[in-house]
Design a protein around this ligand. Structure first.
Ligand code: ATP
Ligand code: MG
Length: 420
């Protein structure tokens, strides 16, 4: 076949799509309990948005953006890109709607595809899906802790195991000292660094700390928590205390950093042991300088994004992926039976049951095979005989038993079996 999908892009067919929807639905219910409101933003933004938020020195901006060749005629400003992440667009929309000045305290969630030109591998694709949240206008530690509590609720509902890692990277007051310490460390070990990190040293030394190649060396690098100012230390202590009060288990990971200046204080990652090398399923943190950096009011913010593909892998490994359960297959033999079948099916679906009507063109024997194949719990069988008697046959395909009953009792009986 010539017209195959592109490398790094996935088709989600049936069960894999349903696992995605299951995760997204679960996340939506969870964030709605925490009073987050939905935001939907475009797939395409101006390239400058990411230069100024994601950061010119980040891998995303340097190597991973999909640029669109043709700008719309009416809009002559530079290039456009397919969004590589959600936060910049959400912040832009928030400022553009004037909320940063009018009603700065907001909590939003978004969900949808993101695009990055990456080297595809398990858990890493060129189109992937994020479900993310952003809280604007809150700088308190309770807000940070509550986001992690919310993730813990979500984790429980999915029924998977995850590890929470947290760190604090300081703020405008104390980060410069830390940055200098990392720079000096890097300069001292310059010869041992990978080529990328040699570059990073001049542009953005903090990025050294999350280098995957120099991980061993980084073990002995300075730690941000040793450089926190009293304000940042108190904030971090409060977050940890609140997580303790909420019974959320976590580990401190001094290697968690964000390279850019507007990321502040709390950063966290949530790790799964069940998804292979790309084990970070959720990443987030505080970004008290971002809204201002994008031209808005000086409003603090914090958020996280979950990778749906990686969560789906975790769910599948844990055997927690949802199963599509068909309640009944309806088999009709003859035209009069088909007319009855259509009303029986409708009554069952009105009660929320999943019902597939099978083709009357198949042979009766093949029909039971089809019912088994789609995994139906019951078959409802209607033939000449049943029409005469004013009943239908309800066959329990699991127990291989069957009974005749009046049409009006079918839905109730199937519902009762499903509940029990
Ligand atoms: P990584 O270090 O794995 O490249 P990242 O720091 O680029 O991750 P973020 O930008 O913080 O990731 O995105 C948040 C989450 O989105 C990640 O934790 C991950 O679950 C998911 N994610 C990011 N990039 C991809 C990708 N290419 N394919 C699948 N999921 C991804
Ligand atoms: Mg990445």
């Amino acid at each position: 076949m010539e017209l195959t999908r592109l490398r790094g892009f996935q088709d989600l067919i049936g069960p894999s799509a349903e696992t995605f929807t299951f995760i997204e639905d679960c996340a939506r219910r969870c964030v709605e309990r925490h009073c987050f409101r939905e935001i939907r933003i475009p797939l395409v933004e101006r390239i400058e948005l990411y230069d100024r938020s994601t950061g010119e020195t980040s891998d995303i901006v340097q190597k991973q953006m999909y640029k669109i060749e043709r700008p719309p005629e009416s809009d002559a400003t530079g290039a456009m890109v397919l969004r590589p992440e959600g936060t910049p667009g959400v912040v832009r929309a928030y400022i553009e709607a004037g909320l940063d000045r009018r009603e700065p305290e907001q909590r939003f969630f978004y969900s949808g595809p993101m695009l990055r030109y990456e080297r595809p591998q398990k858990g890493r694709y060129r189109q992937f899906h994020q479900f993310g949240v952003e809280v604007f206008g809150r700088s308190d530690a309770l807000c940070d802790a509550e986001l992690l509590v919310m993730i813990e609720e979500f984790r429980r509902e999915l029924g998977i195991r995850l590890t929470f890692q947290i760190n604090s990277i300081g703020d405008a007051l104390c980060r410069p000292g830390f940055r200098e310490a990392v720079l000096n460390f890097g300069l001292k070990h310059r010869d041992e660094l990978c080529e990328d990190c040699k570059q990073r040293l001049t542009r953005n030394p903090l990025r050294l700390l999350d280098c995957k190649i120099d991980a061993a060396l980084v073990e002995s690098a300075p730690r941000s928590i040793d450089y926190l100012c009293p304000g940042c230390r108190a904030h971090f202590d409060k977050v940890k205390d609140l997580l303790g009060a909420a019974g959320v288990e976590f580990v401190e990971n001094p290697r968690l950093v964000r390279g850019l200046d507007y990321y502040t204080r709390t950063t966290f990652e949530v790790i799964s042991a069940d998804v292979g090398a790309q084990s970070t399923v959720i990443a987030g943190g505080r970004y008290d300088g971002l809204i201002e950096a994008l031209g808005g009011a000086p409003v603090p913010g914090i958020g996280f994004a979950m990778g749906v593909e990686r969560l789906a892998l975790a769910l599948e490994t844990a055997g927690r992926a949802p199963k599509f359960e068909v309640d009944a297959a309806i088999i009709s033999i003859g035209d009069a039976a088909a007319r009855k079948a259509i009303t029986v099916a409708r009554a069952m679906r009105e009660r929320g049951l999943r019902v597939e009507m099978l083709s009357p063109e198949r042979r009766p024997k093949a029909l039971l095979g089809r019912a088994a194949k789609i995994g139906a719990r019951f078959a409802v069988i209607i033939g000449e005989n049943e029409i005469q008697k004013g009943v239908v046959v309800l066959r329990d395909l699991r127990a291989s038993s069957q009974a005749e009953l009046p049409e009006a009792q079918v839905a109730e009986t199937v519902l009762a079996a499903r509940a029990g």
